[in-house]
Design a protein around this ligand. Sequence first.
Ligand SMILES: Nc1ncnc2c1ncn2[C@@H]1O[C@H](COP(=O)(O)OP(=O)(O)OP(=O)(O)O)[C@@H](O)[C@H]1O
Ligand SMILES: [Mg+2]
Length: 405
Amino acid sequence: MRVLMLAPAFPSEMPFFAHGLVSVGAEVVGVGDQPVAALPPMTRKALADYIEVPSLFDDEAVVSGVRRFAESAPIDRVETLWEPLIVLAARLRQSLRLPGLTLEQAVPFRDKERMKQVLEGAGLRVPRHSRESTARGCLEAAERIGFPLIVKPIAGAGSADTYRIADRSELEGILPLIRHVPIVSVEEYVEGEEYTFDTICADGRILYYNVSWYRPKPLIARTVEWISPQTVTLRNPDTDALAAGRELGRAVIEALDYRDGFTHMEWFLTPTGEAVFGEIGARPPGARSVEIMNYACDIDTFSGWAEAVVHGGLSQPVQRRYNSAIIFKRAQGRGRIRSISGLESLMSRFDRHVVSVELLPPGAPRRNWKSTLLSDGWIIVRHPDLPTLLHIADCFGTDLQLYAE
Ligand SMILES: Nc1ncnc2c1ncn2[C@@H]1O[C@H](COP(=O)(O)OP(=O)(O)OP(=O)(O)O)[C@@H](O)[C@H]1O
Ligand SMILES: [Mg+2]
């Protein structure tokens, strides 16, 4: 089977997915905007061929470039795991008459208002919401929905331009800051803890699922710099407390008629135990979540995904052995990393439970923590017992410090 993979090098997990496709016997043709020589070695090794396009955001040019290529080397599947290209992939499938997510099915995954309308239509609990394109519309929607509320772009990512708003005067203060966002969602603010429901599906069946817990919820993690945000993959996603979220997750996949590949849903568990939908992507979770999912079960969901889309099954057994957590670190100070403190003593205490340390080395420039959750590096830890795992993760949160100047 020849699989066309859009953006086989970015985000940074993509080389593993490209490799996964090869490992299940597919021939992979990459489409990207970098020259071949600039691709990571793992991607280069995985690709049988590569179509270089001037821009991945010029849909028409990509479609005609791929069509030309396909005349001499027919394509069997089009895949992408990068959020901004979900609709382009659907366009390519339509143009090449291939199976997989259609344009009609793809739109509700990208347009957060359409997404909520479809799910509401299926009787599922989504935050009260409204699509607005003017300041006046936002103010009127706020009156209907009530405060506190959330304002966010309908095609947002990374919590950019997402605001929690307590009252009308705060809303009036925010409106000038989001003037550059053409269409926003105005939403009821949902209290509670925030979880994911991630799946690998084939032919609409869920072959693997995962629940991760964000500590704290992303909106806080992405606005307070001193926090070391954690994503925790739960060893036991089948507890009663999470039942409403699992049911919601299954119902969402059915309502959106999702069939093959990875999904990443975010949901809220309110203080009364209700599960409320947040958002869903037709792609895996980002920020190294796939890795912690792999570490939790000693599986390889990169090739698991590939097997699902190429062969319609998942042959790896899923044994949930560990809770695993990734802890993202942000240095104190600006500029370049100068020193790292606390790592040695943490390693002497928790060595056996640490599976990965990827901190920026001294001398490296800090990453922009607002634009990437990866920030200045991360640690991955795992443990069979959840309270112990949380304790270890919190120790890395508080006792490990990076300094920059
Ligand atoms: N209705 C809501 N009630 C409470 N919190 C919300 C609501 N909508 C969004 N948030 C908060 O804002 C964060 C970002 O919102 P959302 O996930 O919709 O946008 P995003 O930009 O796609 O984020 P990301 O790419 O980080 O997943 C959520 O993870 C959640 O913490
Ligand atoms: Mg989100």
